[in-house]
Design a protein around this ligand. Structure first.
Ligand code: G4P
Ligand code: NA
Ligand code: NA
Length: 191
């Protein structure tokens, strides 16, 4: 997605040749017009693939998932939580996710009320790095007997193992920007 790549070049900053900071339009301040266009782009790419529901994880995935759900004709959106809620009790699906950036494991959970057997689910997230978060979301979907029909990612760090892990599990991954490397504190895009 050209507009996204331009925006990354314009406003992204790279930390330690490892982390791309995009707080200016995605992870803290949110550019509504750009995020709505991301949703339209995911809808276009997955147009050949019937989708019943979108699953994402708090917090940064939510805005993107919402934009995608609107572009797909107001299908339901649900997000996994990273912290246990007292109200959720045991009627939840759970998956253990190891965060490489934070070096800790957390439990993602999603209420059983909002995922149903047989549904075709699109998984959406902001970054794909190690793939741990996306794999965890596919596990939640499968626990419900639903089908992970595809994975939509805004920014893929293609030099990390995420895409490979997901493809090895048989999933289709669509990323709006693919970063092959960081060089001289600039992202080098794939293709
Ligand atoms: P994963 O997301 O592929 O599982 O990889 P990892 O464990 O490395 O990522 C942990 C968190 O860091 C995730 O957000 C992920 O989106 C984010 N992340 C990974 N690489 C980058 C990067 O280069 N830039 C930025 N800005 N984020 C990155 P999270 O902790 O789940 O947080 P949030 O969704 O609440 O923002
Ligand atoms: Na994030
Ligand atoms: Na994320």
């Amino acid at each position: 997605m050209e507009e996204l790549k331009k925006r990354i070049l314009q406003d992204g900053t790279i930390i330690d040749n490892r982390i791309l900071k995009v707080d200016n339009f995605l992870n803290q301040q949110i550019d509504p017009s750009l995020v709505m266009k991301m949703g339209q782009e995911f809808a276009r790419r997955f147009a050949d693939c019937p989708i019943d529901r979108i699953v994402t994880i708090e917090s940064s995935g939510i805005a993107i998932a919402l934009a995608t759900a609107v572009a797909m004709g107001n299908i339901p959106v649900v997000f996994a939580r990273k912290k246990k809620s007292l109200l959720m009790q045991d009627a939840v699906y759970t998956a253990s996710i190891y965060s490489y950036t934070k070096e800790e494991t957390y439990t993602a959970s999603l209420s059983k009320s909002y995922l149903h057997a047989g549904e075709r689910v699109l998984i959406i997230d902001d970054f794909l790095a190690s793939g741990a978060a996306a794999v965890g979301l596919t596990e939640l979907v499968r626990q419900a007997g639903a089908i992970p029909a595809g994975i939509g990612i805004v920014i893929e760090k293609s030099f990390q193992p995420g895409r490979g892990r997901l493809e090895a599990l048989g999933y289709r991954v669509e990323s709006l920007a693919r970063i092959a490397a960081f060089r001289d504190n600039k992202p080098v895009f794939k293709e």
